[in-house]
Design a protein around this ligand. Sequence first.
Ligand code: IPM
Ligand code: MG
Length: 376
Amino acid sequence: MAYKLVLLAGDGTGPEVMRESVKVLHAVEDSFGLSFDFVPFPAGGQHYLDTGEEWPHGAFESCQTADAILLGAVGLPNANLPNGDLAGIGVLFGLRFGLDLYANIRPTKLYPNVRHKVHDGFKQVWDPGKVDFVIIRENTEGLYTPTRGYLDRGGTKELAIDSRVITRKGAERVIRFAFELAKTRPGAPADGKHRVTCVDKSNVTAGCKLFRSVYDEVAAGYPKIEKDYAYIDAFLQWLVRSPESYDVAVTSNMFGDIATDLAAVLQGGMGMAAGGNVGDEHGMFEPIHGSAPKHAGKDVVNPTAMILATQMMLEWLGRRKKDRALQESAVVVEKAVEAVLREGTILTYDLGGSAKCSEMGSAIVAATTRLAKKSR
Ligand code: IPM
Ligand code: MG
């Protein structure tokens, strides 16, 4: 039976990186006896300019019945909705809210031969083992709760309000997700301990006080996992200074949005950073980077973030469907990415090489096929 995968390649460089992921998925089909039914839809700013809608009628419904969804990137600088929002954001939020994808999973792992992107990253090489943590970002409430508005007075925008909603249920399920994830990981690089860090601003806000008290309640059910707390401001400082102390961190929506872009710097930049959006019934996987319109059509961007997002999809779907072949393929695709990085001859410009996006994608495809033969 084929797994139905909805592909939303989107804008800018989205289609270029999506093409490389599809190549990898074809290799996975051939090597692991799997079969995918690819269902592509246009989505984002360009589609909005062409048609007046962010994605076609029926696309969301198709996502509802998909086994998983892959998203490239949405957004173009000149494509805005009448209210000023970027056209395409409705696709992203339509999926996150509409499919209740409450856990946004953002692994930060520094692979061999990849330099961090902190200043002078090409001069100061870090031991890749230092950086291997996951930030779990709440994805359906917090400051992103769609209860906001403006007050106009005499035709002038006088006041803008965003309400930050934290609920017990919203906090509970994402915190539990973080603890369950921690059980499956090797622990923090510094000491091998399983640890879930609660990142909040509970010294000030009511929502964060609730979030932290729910964290304590959930943590009580996981006595083997170390409890850890950090205020978001201090956390960002510690994350840069000693990333090796972290294993899993869990936080509310906008704090997670901000922290994960910073974290991407520690793993070699946005070209390396993948994200998963997961709920109890559905999963959507995407690179963290945007559509990078200035690079579009040049075949130069790094496909790794999209391929690692696809790898996360294989792992998630494999576990969900209890499909061993899918699970094995996820292990092999990650090893293939690692092998190409370690080899170091076919890398895109952001990693210090001069390979095209499609060349790096093909190298990962070849490594997938080669390593699959060894593993089976
Ligand atoms: C992300 C992005 C989005 C977000 C934007 C594009 C709305 O920055 O996935 O982190 O903030 O969630
Ligand atoms: Mg972001």
